[in-house]
Design a protein around this ligand. Structure first.
Ligand code: 5GP
Ligand code: ZN
Length: 133
């Protein structure tokens, strides 16, 4: 399979590795959104979070917490975003599941997602739909 993150995991493509355990690898993003922007990838190939096995959830989250703490300390960040794009519509470009750790700094000006107006009726209808799904 021609997957860039599988190649990074195997060591066929270099990366700036900042953390690793049996299941996960963490390395610096090649086109960082902010200083310290890093990616966490499972060593096994899963397309997105829906393919990701739930038995790895706890270890993944724990690894993400540890890596975020180290990065935040190293770059003296004021906060960070922990984010995952799933599917092209959500901005996923590399189809090997990964989580972004994006350090944030007071007044860094990175835009937030724009909120939209919605009525209570719309929220209610949506809630019913999701509860039935
Ligand atoms: P996505 O949009 O799929 O969530 O994000 C993919 C991320 O992978 C992007 O932030 C991009 O900069 C990063 N990326 C893509 N190719 C490489 C690579 O070869 N090395 C590293 N370190 N990061 C990469
Ligand atoms: Zn892969």
């Amino acid at each position: 399979m021609d997957c860039i993150f599988c190649k990074i995991v195997k060591g066929d493509i270099p990366c700036h590795k900042i953390g690793e355990n049996d299941d996960f690898l963490c390395f610096l993003d090649i086109n960082p959104i902010s200083k310290g922007h890093a990616l966490i990838v499972p060593k096994r190939h899963f397309k997105d979070v829906m393919e990701f096995p739930k038995e790895l959830d706890e270890g993944y989250f724990a690894f993400a917490q540890d890596m975020a703490a180290k990065i935040v300390q190293a770059v003296a960040a004021d906060g960070f975003n922990l984010g995952m794009n799933n599917g092209e519509a959500a901005g996923q470009v590399v189809m090997h599941q990964h989580t972004h750790i994006i350090p944030r700094f007071d007044g860094d000006g990175l835009a937030a997602w724009p909120p939209q107006e919605v009525s209570q009726d719309e929220l209610l209808a949506l809630k019913e739909k999701i509860l039935k799904a």
